[in-house]
Design a protein. Structure first.
Length: 309
């Protein structure tokens, strides 16, 4: 089945065509501008590639409740041009190209939308290191911090979807910086995201590789968050992705502190093999786009176009 996948980020949009086996046939990307500039380009790209279903993993917050009248719409967001934009609806019903004035027809195919991090979690569970597991947490640490969570094989939604990047953490005693989050003085994203590192140290994370103090503080915040997720979600595996986690030296620091912070309270086979419990993403940074294609496949199954039994 020819599946379209869209991984919608604040900086760029990644588009792919592939199939349910995880093979990618074609891929491109567009810079994230205003919806009326960016969406027509993407709709044109997909419209000539004979896709049979489309999945979208997007930045949020986004309405992921299919029963809601605003299903598929971006909600309140710092990306002001996208606030309240009917993202899914534009692909279904069409949109006017802001540059040419041309109306681009929508795609009359099954579609499904979720958060970008839920998409990454789904990608790893379908094709990657979490295949065969049903309770998984995927945490991305980059420009922002977000978590995709699966519980009993279902992506977690609830009243909205997890915003686990904004949990409260204790400040490291040596951290003289301040939270960059406009909402919270001590949340994980405000203290441990890429822009937070840059503000604290005056350089981007990629230029601070040899500064052990940077990673001592960073691992302290991430480990706190993971301990809280372990206590509340009890995932069978934790996967860490995003630009900050390209610093491979973080993994042993995080694992060590997680074990120390748990204090022996929880004893499971997974935690006795901590190196294989807290792991990097396994799909060469394609977990998000593969998860998006899988969302499209699920939409086709839901509409009876595919027998998944």
């Amino acid at each position: 089945m020819r599946l379209g996948g869209l991984e919608a980020g604040g900086t760029k949009m990644v588009l792919s065509v592939g199939d349910e086996s995880g093979e990618i046939f074609a891929q491109t990307s567009f810079s994230t501008g205003k919806p009326e500039d960016t969406v027509p380009q993407m709709l044109k790209w997909f419209s000539v590639r004979n896709i049979e279903a489309l999945g979208i993993g997007t930045f949020g917050p986004v309405d992921v409740n299919p029963e809601s009248p605003t299903y598929g719409s971006i909600l309140e967001t710092p990306k002001l041009a996208w606030a309240h934009f009917d993202f899914l609806g534009a692909f279904k019903n069409g949109i006017t190209d802001n540059e040419t004035g041309e109306y681009i027809q929508g795609l009359k195919i099954p579609m499904k939308i979720d958060t970008d991090v839920n998409g990454s979690c789904l990608g790893e569970m379908t094709f990657g290191c979490a295949k065969g597991l049903d309770s998984v947490l995927y945490l991305t640490i980059g420009t922002g911090i977000g978590a995709g969570i699966s519980i009993d094989g279902r992506l977690a939604h609830g009243m909205l979807h997890p915003e686990a990047g904004h949990i409260s953490v204790l400040k490291h005693p040596d951290d003289k910086g301040e939270s960059i989050c406009p909402f919270h003085p001590n949340c994980l994203e405000g203290l441990a995201s890429g822009p937070s590192i840059e503000k604290r140290w005056g350089k981007k994370a990629v230029m601070l590789t040899d500064n052990d103090e940077v990673w001592k503080i960073e691992s302290f915040y991430i480990a706190q968050a993971l301990v809280n997720y372990i206590y509340t979600v009890s995932p069978q595996k934790i996967i860490l992705g995003g630009g900050v986690m390209h610093q491979q030296k973080l993994f042993p620091l995080i694992r060590k502190q997680v074990v120390e912070m748990l204090g022996g309270y929880i004893k499971t086979p997974e935690l006795t093999d901590i190196d294989n419990y807290i792991v990097p993403n396994s799909l060469d940074d394609n977990q998000g786009i593969l998860g998006a294609m899988q969302l499209g496949y699920e939409a086709a199954v839901a509409e009876g176009l595919v027998d998944d039994h």
